[in-house]
Write a protein that binds this ligand. Structure first.
Ligand code: ASP
Length: 440
């Protein structure tokens, strides 16, 4: 059976099993269109309130979940050699996927030229209120590229915890967990403690999933209703390029990765993670989706040992969808302003997009903030940069929903490949959806 057919079946299977989230999503789109924010500001406020409440509820358990998952993941791998092997594979596969994403993004943007003729639509007024903020952000990122990396090392892990800064938290927890794995039996009380924390956070995730359908409905309705149709005018091609690029990740890159490096069936994997992908679309946050990504993968046959090691790291570091959108967005701006890019500068943009995407947090809009890093040295005047970037900012939520689905799916793809290679998939369960428990 062809890949495309398999993917279609996967989607149908997944939707059947999770029709209530899917219905929430579709109703969200419909209500978002029927109640534009400009005409129904009160309705938009209600959507936003409910959606934000849902995101807050999921995010409440993300930090304990990430910490406990990494600690038990690493200590259950135990053996240093195996840990290093998993780590190397993880970095290799995440890198291949992200390089593929920026290549696709750059090629599509160069061939389809989404920015051509878009300058007249980059109306300085559209994103006026954002411009002060954006100018400060660009300034900040330009002057402090070294500082961005320094900030990833937590001087005080509790401070990073209180800010919810995921990368510094993960760096500390990784070091701590490897140390725990090295000290032998004496680690038992601490590991047992985190095992209990993990089990409890998974239980809370089960409860939260009862709220998924209304939560996703409200989030999608709120995002769609805040986009006036006028904002899309003249930049439809930009969205098209982004959507085609993300789609190619789903129908080409992930299936190829699975086929080349494992015997995992792409359709089975997509069916297994459908709920997570829908929640990623609604929340536009890999971190907020993480509890569900772990639940889907574990309940459907990928071992907890691999999930708890690979998925939390992926949710923070692996952002192929973001890298793709950043590449397209920057090339879009240069085309809009009539700047011709050499192959070398395009390669530089793609490279910086890989760096920028992996330093960005798994929260809504984060990818657009780190894009300032990529905007460096491509020939835009400071004013063009601020106006153009503010404009992208105003369009960001929709592309964010799409890119986050890729970010989350690629995490699961890499987890599945590593689990397959290490004999850590229960294929009996994974290949038989009828044996799998429903998530909700
Ligand atoms: N929202 C994305 C995520 O959470 C990050 C971004 O591209 O803004 O994965």
């Amino acid at each position: 059976m062809g890949f495309h057919m398999q993917i279609l079946i996967a989607l149908l299977l997944g939707i059947k099993r999770n029709w209530h989230i899917f219905v929430g999503l579709i109703l969200g789109v419909i209500c978002g269109v029927i109640f534009p924010q400009s005409q129904y500001p009160q309705v938009h406020k209600i959507f936003t309130f409910i959606g934000q409440a849902f995101i807050n509820i999921i995010q409440m358990i993300v930090i304990p979940l990430v910490i406990s998952a990494i600690v038990i993941g690493i200590s259950s791998v135990g053996d240093n050699k195996q840990l290093a092997k998993f780590g190397k594979k993880m970095i290799l596969f995440y890198s291949i996927i992200t390089v593929a994403a920026v290549t696709i993004g750059a090629l599509l943007a160069v061939v389809m030229r989404p920015g051509e003729g878009a300058k007249e639509f980059i109306n300085p007024e559209i994103a006026q209120e954002l411009q002060g903020l954006v100018a400060a952000m660009i300034q900040d990122q330009h002057s402090h590229i070294a500082q961005i990396f320094l900030d990833l090392i937590p001087r005080n892990p509790f401070y990073a915890l209180s800010l919810g800064d995921m990368i510094p938290i993960i760096i500390f927890v990784l070091v701590f967990a490897v140390a725990l794995a090295k000290i032998g039996e004496i680690n038992r009380p601490v590991v047992s403690f985190f095992e209990s924390v993990f089990a409890a956070t998974m239980k809370v995730t089960d409860w939260i999933m009862y709220l998924a359908a209304p939560g996703i409905f409200a989030l999608v309705a709120s995002s769609i209703s805040s986009f006036g149709v006028t904002v899309f005018q003249g930049v439809g091609k930009y969205f098209l390029v982004v959507i085609i690029g993300i789609l190619l990740q789903f129908v080409l890159v992930y299936p190829l990765m699975l086929k080349i490096f494992s015997k995992v069936s792409v359709s089975k994997l997509y069916a297994a993670i459908t709920e997570a992908v829908m929640v990623a679309f609604g929340t536009a946050s890999s971190s907020a989706t993480l509890p569900l990504t772990i639940t889907c993968c574990e309940k459907r046959g990928i071992s907890s040992k691999i999930c708890s090691f690979v998925l939390p790291l992926g949710a923070t570091l692996n952002m192929d969808g973001t890298a793709l959108v950043q590449t397209v967005a920057v090339i879009f701006l240069t085309q809009a302003y009539g700047i011709e890019l050499s192959g070398l500068v395009i390669a530089q943009i793609a490279f910086l997009a890989i760096v920028a995407s992996s330093t960005c947090a798994g929260i809504p809009g984060a990818g657009l903030i780190t894009i300032a890093l990529v905007l460096n040295g491509i020939g835009l005047t400071p004013e063009q940069m601020v106006v153009g970037f503010s404009f992208l900012f105003a369009l960001d939520r929709v592309t964010d929903m799409f890119r986050t689905t890729a970010n989350v799916t690629s995490d699961a793809v890499v987890a599945a490949i590593i689990a397959d290679n290490a004999n850590e998939i229960n294929y009996e369960l994974f290949n038989n959806p009828e044996l799998q428990k429903d998530i909700i």
